[in-house]
Design a protein around this ligand. Structure first.
Ligand code: MTE
Ligand code: MO
Length: 364
């Protein structure tokens, strides 16, 4: 099954469907068409009936609610563009450092940008009587899909801090790029948490709970955490390591393609940079000599606060015929920049590879 995706998708796993577009297709548009948007699924993809779907909102609220889709859509509608980025984006480069068994070798395209339509999570929480003075809690999301990742199999869920959940950008969304969500992207309703790793944007959401601490769901408590390089991930227990939330600054080259053969001379180079949390992309540099010298790329500015920044550079590749390494590095607005090597960021589950993106050019 191709889930409405183009034939060119790079499929890491068929069942459940896990796929990313070839980088060149991602480069074609600022807003990624739905049929090339990457998709990450941990278990069989639910087929929910929008007529019978409902959302339970409970926990530390004074008026727990159960909302049908019609009732959810009675809240004020919001449309915004936001990038999702999987914490496993660019894992392939970490696997080349040291194998990461059991995890998909995602390339640089486990990230995409869409326009999302839904309602603000905070409006729904307010309607459920969330105490406006409560700041310490977390908001947990539960979905019906069950992953065979562990024994016993684990249902999918996750949480975000209440302070983030109250952000006007956090949505309960039913539409993507102006169309109802497709099944693989979470129909009828998913959470969209801009600025956080994709894992927190829980698809097929059925349950929202306000609670004192983070979710004890496997995908919050055990997976999507950075454990020390020497730890055995199989024995990592709940709450071991660093829980991932806001996405650190990252960038990748989308064109030219890796191992392509551009003619010597002026070459158009393009890609994306992204900084999550409350950070923005401040600068992007490109090198045609593996980091010995750099040229600043031009950033495309957009009014969208929660999207990637795309960048371009026309670089004179006065290079000797032969193999050259093209590299990119980005800075965010706090001055943080990407580490040079994947060796420096390697971790047992292969998350958050923010090292310089590099590819090979064979100049002819
Ligand atoms: N939600 C559910 N219910 N089940 C999942 O497996 N995968 C998460 C997140 N939400 C997942 C989920 C991960 S890890 C990512 S990166 C994003 O969904 C991917 O969203 P997409 O498939 O719409 O691109
Ligand atoms: Mo992910």
């Amino acid at each position: 099954m191709s889930w409405g995706k183009r034939a060119e998708m790079i499929v890491h796993e068929q069942d459940p469907y896990n796929a990313e577009p070839p980088p060149g297709l991602l480069a074609d548009a600022f807003i990624t068409p739905t049929d090339v948007f990457y998709s990450r699924n941990h278990g069989p993809i639910p087929d929910l009936d929008p007529e019978t779907w409902s959302l339970r909102v409970d926990g530390q609220v004074s008026r727990p609610l159960t909302l049908t889709l019609d009732q959810l859509q009675a809240f004020e509608h919001v449309t915004l563009s936001a990038t999702l980025q999987c914490a496993g984006n660019r894992r392939a480069d970490l696997i080349r450092v040291r194998d990461i068994p059991g995890e998909h070798p995602w390339g640089r395209a486990a990230t995409s940008t869409a326009t999302w339509t839904g309602v603000r999570l905070r409006d729904v929480l307010d309607a459920a009587g969330l105490d406006p003075t409560l700041t310490d809690g977390h908001v947990a999301f539960d979905a019906p899909d069950v992953s065979p990742i562990a024994d016993p199999p684990q249902p999918y869920g996750g949480s975000v801090p209440l302070t983030k959940a109250r952000g006007p950008e956090v949505l309960l969304a039913w539409a993507m790029n102006g169309e109802p969500l497709t099944q693989v992207h979470g129909a009828p309703v998913r959470v969209v948490v801009p600025g956080y790793i994709g894992a927190r944007s829980v698809k097929w959401v059925q349950h929202v709970t306000v609670q004192p601490g983070p979710s004890d769901n496997y995908f919050q408590a055990t997976a999507y955490r950075i454990v020390p390089p020497d730890a055995d991930p199989k024995h990592a227990g709940p709450a071991d390591g660093i829980s991932l939330g806001p996405v650190p600054v990252n960038a990748a080259i989308l064109t030219p393609a890796d191992s392509s053969h551009p003619p010597a001379g002026r070459t158009h180079i393009s890609g994306y940079a992204y900084a999550g949390g409350d950070r923005t992309v401040a600068r992007v540099d490109v090198s045609a000599d593996d980091g010995a010298t750099w040229t600043q790329a031009e950033l495309t500015h957009s009014d969208d606060r929660w999207t990637w920044t795309t960048w371009t550079l026309d670089l004179d590749l006065d290079l000797e015929p032969g193999r050259h390494v093209l590299a990119v590095r980005a800075w965010d607005n706090t001055g943080a920049q990407q580490p040079q090597s994947p060796e420096a960021v390697w971790n047992p589950k292969g998350y958050a590879n923010t090292s310089w993106d590099r590819l090979q050019l064979d100049v002819v």
